[in-house]
Ligand binder design. Sequence first.
Ligand code: PMP
Ligand code: GLU
Length: 402
Amino acid sequence: MAFLSDAVSRIKPSPTVAMTGRAAELRAEGRDIIALSAGEPDFDTPEHIREAAKAAIDAGRTRYTAVDGIAELKQAIADKFARDNGLEYNTDQISVGTGGKQILFNALLATVDPGDEVIIPAPYWVSYPDIVSLAGGTPVVLPCPADGGFRLSPEALRQAITPATKWLILNSPSNPTGAAYSADEMRAITDVLMENPHVWVLADDIYEHLVFDGFRFVTPAQIEPGLIGRTLTMNGVSKAYAMTGWRIGYGAGPRELIRAMAKLQSQSTSNPCTISQHAALAALTGPQDYIDSSRAAFQRRRDLVVKGLNECPGIDCPMPQGAFYVYPSIADLIGRVSPNGTRITDDEAFAAALLDETGVAVVFGAAFGLSPHFRVSYAASDDMLREAIGRIRRFCEGCQEQ
Ligand code: PMP
Ligand code: GLU
């Protein structure tokens, strides 16, 4: 009898986490590594948030709290949904977890049984299919290539829905492409969901505030209030306030779902870190100017990276609307041989050769379910990005046909 469970054998370690770890290891060995693999802002958490955490410690706020979050934080989250998204939630419709990741995990574990299907547009954030598989469900991956702007079309969604469909997971702006849905595009998707009342939608809005060129962010339940009874709107402080390490995410949805998620959490991690909850409270209720300054920095870096990558022979880099990723194609490099003699058979071979030969760490497209691409996280200084692009350009220039 196998020692490890079938459930855990169905999943793999998170490739984004693994790549970030690999880059850190190589750097510790003394290699000159530029890591464009980590999906986290490179800024420090704003000072008033750090101060709130220190004050929480000094005030003795160091004990267990209610399993899915303190009342003040839930109220601040309800206020945030009303302010930013026009969504009205009571505090008993809100769940706070250890990162957005735990919210997704709880929601899927609480609702997905063997035989249930979950529609996941690809490229997707790496954890969606694995969490669905862990729950025993079937991820139904729908390829959404670059020529459709990496967005799910209403026709593709309509065709993919079966009586077994439980959820659609929609992530806008997207990790790894940065693609975001306009109000009209979102309306086309929510119209299909309205035709299919058994399908729930899990909206991953974690990159909400990182949208560029005046793009207006929208979330499904805001565009179609008729979906409110079968939507989980997920968000968090990791990306909005440079708080990835604090581990606070949240979701809002129907009470029955929220209660089931709290039940799971009560039997696993219990409450998210008390000190971090107080920090998140300060983030949501305090000055919001960090959001604008980080948006401006990321827009400048996006422009620098898209232009620089499009100057690399063999790379084609679409312009994203949001997040801090680009997802260029390397279709023209497949089959070539790298400067040090590695055949680039696929995007995994490309990323491995790039890391080995130039020290630039990126994540290969197959990890996100759509090849041949790679993901660049441009959450790095402008100087680092210029240096990385120079290395990538020289690498591409040295790739030969054979
Ligand atoms: N969703 C997406 C699309 C993400 O990129 C991330 C960041 N890894 C998360 C959810 C979860 O973030 P966290 O757990 O830090 O809130
Ligand atoms: N969301 C980030 C990324 O995609 C963090 C790592 C993870 O949790 O996957 O790189």
